[in-house]
Design a protein around this ligand. Structure first.
Ligand code: B12
Ligand code: SF4
Ligand code: SF4
Length: 257
């Protein structure tokens, strides 16, 4: 059954596919997967290779264009894979998207997925955590975006990656513009957000606050501010990343270029 699923996924263009038994998924800060799908027995994790030219571009909109392309493609593949599993194996299956929608209420506050795809990828034998707290795959390094399926299918886990793939060069730590990686084993979320998402919720709240007490002329001027236009754009694009440095500088894995 694994082979059938792998073959179908590869025929769609998914770069890597791994399987994890539910008991091997260990993410202590994430919700219990059984609260999402009560009969869940395993996860199937998919990795899509990011685009080198987008990651390495100096233009932040093109960085984001690469991310949007991989998100859209992986979302379409996720639908096909979920349908394939439900139709052929009669097992309830839930797609886990690459990022949002996220639980925006406390304590998650948009900083935790319903499933931690990094922990799922590690459990599915697709890689190990590096110094940048991202998952490094033996061939594709840090340049994989993950999605997954939570399913009632009872799969055993694929063999884990045992090698430490991170060479501790610290290039990711030095390149981080927000100093979010200074403490080993922890990403300082708010520092990363400040540096990587100029059109974040905090930025939108600040913009709205700037309206309070202003004259009608000043408010009209604020509506023509490029920041407002960018926030408007981000409101339909979704979380809008302008930094991919920790991925881009990591030398582990094969480059396409
Ligand atoms: C919310 C979120 C964020 C938040 C919060 C991050 C966080 N604390 O996890 C913010 C906005 C800061 C963020 C930033 C980024 N993110 Co993000 N993010 C997510 C999301 C949606 C949920 C993550 C989650 O649930 N975290 C909460 C819990 C699980 O984290 P945690 O237990 O505290 O684990 C943290 C540490 O303890 C440590 N850790 C845990 N176990 C271990 C074990 C070892 C051995 C080590 C060393 C470390 C370690 O790593 C985590 C980072 O702080 C996932 C998608 C998903 N559904 O998984 C993407 C995801 C993790 N993000 C991703 C990426 C690429 C990024 C960014 C590069 C932004 C960008 N431009 O795309 C940065 C990188 C930041 C970094 N170097 O850590 C990718 C990672 C891909 C990969 N190859 O690993 C994911 C999987 C999205 C995807 N579909 O591919 N992200
Ligand atoms: S995405 Fe940018 S700001 Fe966030 S941890 Fe990586 S390098 Fe630092
Ligand atoms: S840049 Fe260097 S230290 Fe950072 S994750 Fe990659 S190999 Fe490890």
């Amino acid at each position: 059954m694994k082979e059938e699923i792998r073959n179908y996924g590869q025929s769609l263009g998914i770069d890597v596919i791994g399987f994890a038994a539910i008991g091997d998924y260990k993410s202590k800060l994430s919700p219990d997967p059984l609260s999402i799908l009560p009969g869940a027995k395993s996860m199937i994790v998919f990795g899509h290779r990011m685009i080198d030219g987008a990651l390495d571009s100096k233009n932040p909109r093109l960085n984001m264009a690469g991310r949007m392309a991989v998100m859209d493609t992986s979302k379409t593949h996720l639908y096909s894979m979920a349908r394939f599993v439900e139709k052929n194996f009669k097992a309830r299956t839930t797609p886990v998207l690459s990022s949002y929608p996220l639980d925006m209420s406390a304590p998650a506050m948009g900083l935790r997925g319903d499933i931690s795809l990094r922990h799922a990828a590690v459990a599915a034998g697709l890689g190990v955590f590096g110094r940048h707290n991202l998952v490094i795959h033996p061939t594709f390094g840090s340049r994989l975006s993950f999605t997954g399926l939570l399913t009632e299918m009872p799969f055993e886990s694929d063999p884990p990656v045992r090698e430490d793939l991170c060479n501790n060069c610290s290039l990711c730590v030095e390149a981080c513009p927000g100093k979010a990686l200074d403490t080993e084993g922890k990403t300082e979320d708010l520092k990363c957000l400040r540096a990587s998402q100029p059109f974040s919720i905090a930025s939108a709240m600040g913009y709205m606050r700037s309206f309070i007490g202003k004259s009608p002329e000043e408010q009209r001027a604020l509506l023509k501010d490029p920041l407002f236009m960018s926030l408007y754009q981000a409101s339909f694009i979704g979380f809008h990343y302008h930094c991919f440095r920790c991925i881009a500088v990591c030398p582990v894995g094969e480059m396409c270029l």
